[in-house]
Design a protein around this ligand. Structure first.
Ligand code: PRT
Ligand code: ZN
Length: 226
């Protein structure tokens, strides 16, 4: 929680796929800022709501640490960090409050087009490259598949051609990247989109947003279902 702070802080992506739609959403909510786009911090002018412009990967941790109250981040990032946190013995520190309807994609396993795909049993004994090792490991364990997870921070789609992996687990939207790399999607692990994320503790047992808003009357109604 933010204790003495009397302004709401929302973390959004500084640049990247979710940056513009997140700002557009907040602007449509009537928020405006004294800001320069490349700064870390945007001071809210119309309402006591400030923005932190950060790497998307940092957003769950900023919520966990109480540095910000809310964040706009892909469900894929939130879930990956949640699983990793719990695997490390931590308890839930942040969670999805509601989906936002943009940034849609899916986390999928893709294999070389030349594979005759029958079932996930074929993944046993393979090496799978991914930037989402926790989600992938949890899925493999749940399926009882023994496979090696090769963690890569980017350019996952070229790993099979480089001989680093046999197949991949990566985000897919149009499918063009997979096709350009002679890969085909065969399993969807997660349907993702941008979500409003907040601390899990602020919401125990209630419909999260109603719990969270009294401190900030300015936000009443903004997140109502359309
Ligand atoms: O700098 P920062 O760390 O903040 O940004 P980033 O590079 O980590 O993230 P960014 O901006 O690439 O993506 C932010 C979020 O957008 C992701 O976490 C997803 O929730 C969402 N999103 C939606 C996507 C895609 N669609 C997407 N297609 N994120 C990545 N991709 C990539 C994918 O990894 C693959 O390389 O686009 C390629 C596939 O696209 P298609 O259209 O060829 O299938
Ligand atoms: Zn990132």
């Amino acid at each position: 929680g933010n204790g003495a702070r009397d302004r709401l802080r929302i973390a959004i992506q500084k640049s990247g796929r979710l940056a513009e739609p997140a700002r557009a959403l907040l602007t449509a909510c009537g928020l405006s800022w004294r800001e320069s786009r490349d700064r870390l911090f945007c001071y809210g002018e119309s309402l006591p709501v400030d923005l932190l412009l950060v790497r998307d990967d940092d957003i769950p941790g900023l919520i966990r640490d109480g540095v910000c109250d809310l964040g706009v981040v892909g469900r894929n990032v939130l879930l990956e960090q949640d699983i990793a946190l719990k695997a490390g013995g931590g308890s839930e520190a942040f969670r999805e409050w509601r989906p936002l309807g943009f940034g849609g994609c899916r986390l999928a396993i893709a294999v070389p087009e030349t594979w005759a795909w029958q079932s996930q049993a074929q993944l046993a004994g393979t090496r799978l490259a991914t930037s989402y090792p926790a989600i992938l490991r949890q899925w493999l364990d749940g399926q009882g598949i023994a496979a090696e997870v090769v963690e890569l921070s980017g350019s996952v789609e070229i790993a099979p051609r480089l001989g680093q992996a046999d197949a991949i687990c990566d985000l897919v939207s149009s499918g063009a990247t997979l096709a350009a790399n002679q890969l085909k999607p065969v399993m969807t692990l997660l349907e993702s989109e941008a979500v409003l994320a907040g601390p899990s503790s602020a919401t125990s047992g209630a419909s999260g947003l109603d719990q969270a808003t009294p401190r900030q009357p300015a936000f009443d109604g903004i997140w109502d279902d359309a």
